[in-house]
Design a protein around this ligand. Sequence first.
Ligand SMILES: [Fe+2]
Ligand SMILES: [Fe+2]
Length: 174
Amino acid sequence: MPRAQSQKRHILVSRKKKVYMSDTLTTQNNTFEWSDTFDLGYQPMDSTHREFVDIVNVLIHCPDEEFLAAMDKFKIHALSHFGQEDQWMTETEFPAGDCHIGEHAAVMASFEEVYALAKNGDTKTGRGFAKELQNWFPGHADYLDSALAHWMFKRTHGGKPVVIRRTIKETHLE
Ligand SMILES: [Fe+2]
Ligand SMILES: [Fe+2]
């Protein structure tokens, strides 16, 4: 495994441990919901990311007896999601894609570890992993996926995507 990949993997696993330790500190409303801030302006990626958010939210909140099935669903999604992005980067010779591809690989390696534990009845570790995915996704989308979205959009549309986000302002009614 290249050096960058093993470093990324270590970081993810370390952060994951932090989540396990701070389980009791989670907020009351821990629903993982789609936010307009996740929109990157490249439709194929945005629709996959909406699916990611829904699937991870199920992983976090589903009943224990449905957890393994949710893990299976996550694996199918993640292989397709990360596989598609990896393929875009490879086929279009996206510059500096190694770090991004390495981060996907790190998530899948961590997944396989917690999946093996979940099969032996340890759903708590799997829940911690799912919460860590919730923490991980906004930064990954912001720093790595957004660069790829711009790159892909430019190749297909000839310019940078324009993302229009709703702004919610507090209104005081008298
Ligand atoms: Fe992505
Ligand atoms: Fe990605």
